[in-house]
Each structure stands twice: as C-alpha cells, then as structure tokens.
Design a protein around this ligand. Structure first.
Ligand code: DX5
Ligand code: ZN
Length: 218
C-alpha cells in the first residue's frame, strides 16, 4: 500500500487571484499543483503558456506538475522547464511510437521529471517500453479538455493493469476524481489524484484533501 497525494488542478481556481489560490492550496495541505496547458488543437480548449507558469512559479514554492495537452509539446519543453515546471507530462497520442524515446530523452535533458499521459481510449499496455523509462504515468479518467466532467469507469481496468505491470511507478489519475471515486481509483492503484472541481468547489477543500489522502493506494 502506498500513500496518496492530491494535486489541486488550478484549472478550477479563480485565475484573477491565482497567487492567493495557490497559497490557499498550500494552507489546505497540498504539496503539488496541477497545471493544465491546452492548445486548442489537441483538445478543444485554450488555457495558458509558459509566461503564466513562470508567474505561478514566482508566487509559490509548491511543486508544479504540468500537463501538456498539446499537439507539438516538444517545441515547448524548454520553455515550460525554464518557467519552473517540476514535472512535465506529454500525451503519448501527440508524440507517437516512433518519437517516444527521443521525447522522453528531451524532457529528461531539461532536468524535469518525465510523465506520460494516456487518453481514456489509449491502452498503456502498448507503451510499456516507454513507461519503463519515465518517472510517472497519468491515466486520463475523462476525455481531456475541460474540468468538471464525469469519471469514466471504463478506465479502471487500465489503472489496475498499469499497477500490476509497474508496482513502483507513481500512477496519477486526472478527471472526475471526487468523494465518490477516490476509493475506486486508489483501490485500482492510483496514488496521485488530480482534483479540480472536487477541491476548489468543495465547501471545505482542506477536508476533501485530508479525506482523499486518508486512503492508501494499491
Ligand atoms: C481536464 C484536465 C484536468 C481537469 C480536471 O482535461 O486535464 O486536470 O482540471 O478537472 P476535474 O477534477 O474537475 O475533473
Ligand atoms: Zn490535467
């Protein structure tokens, strides 16, 4: 059994007061913040780029966990690392099998932790060679693009299979994680839980974080 970490997703915060929101996350017990970068191509939504990550970096000492939902993430790896990203996730669907080893090496070369993200309809079993080289995996439990969507239960076998194949790999889940789904994903083996709406819209976000981190992951 492994400890569980909650990563508040800033996509659900009030961007007009981002510094206060990050301080609130820290006061609530968070150690890591999840940042969603959307390019309007890989997903049908646009969010933010390296300048805003740099502003966030200047305003917090929490770990910055950066999720690149981009068609061409490798063109921006250096900029996101220079902005202060501690961990960078790229989507395997955007990279493709022929380029994955080079992509991992490129992120590694920046000094950032390397993460691979998988859409709900992508089977991580096809990517075991790549997963053996990285620091973390992230299973999307919704189709990426928007906060506040419903958890897709059909992703659960993928979490379990990944945990069985990689007993020591941090497994993050992203999308629809809330008080009703925390027990499921941790039982399946996820030990890092991204939470947007479930954290920021809760009447007591610190209590939600403590509730979720009170679980143990398989
Ligand atoms: C969705 C993003 C998520 C999003 C999750 O594409 O990758 O990180 O913020 O939001 P919730 O937790 O509200 O489903
Ligand atoms: Zn995300």
């Amino acid at each position: 059994m492994r400890p569980v970490t909650v990563l508040p997703s800033l996509l659900s915060c009030d961007f007009a007061k981002i510094g206060e929101e990050m301080a609130f996350c820290k006061r609530s017990g968070a150690r890591s913040l999840h940042i969603d970068v959307m390019d309007g191509h890989f997903v049908p939504n646009l969010t933010l780029g390296p300048p805003l990550v740099a502003a966030m970096r200047a305003a917090t000492d929490l770990e910055l966990d950066v999720h690149l939902m981009m068609t061409n993430p490798l063109d921006y790896i250096d900029a996101f690392r220079a902005a202060g990203s501690d961990r960078i996730y790229v989507h395997v669907e955007a990279i493709g099998p022929r380029s994955i080893d080079a992509a991992i090496a490129a992120i590694r070369a920046t000094g950032a932790e390397v993460g691979l993200a998988f859409n709900p309809d992508t089977d991580p079993a096809m990517w075991h060679g790549a997963l053996a080289q990285v620091d973390a995996a992230m299973i999307m439990t919704v189709y990426p693009g928007f906060g506040g969507q419903s958890f897709i239960e059909a992703t659960r076998p993928r979490i379990r299979a990944l945990r069985a194949a990689f007993p020591d790999l941090p497994i993050q889940v992203d999308g629809g994680v809330n008080r009703d789904t925390v027990a499921m994903v941790t039982a399946d083996g996820a030990d890092r839980l991204v939470a947007g709406n479930a954290f920021f819209k809760d009447a007591d976000p610190a209590a939600f974080l403590a509730f979720a981190e009170g679980h143990k992951a398989n």
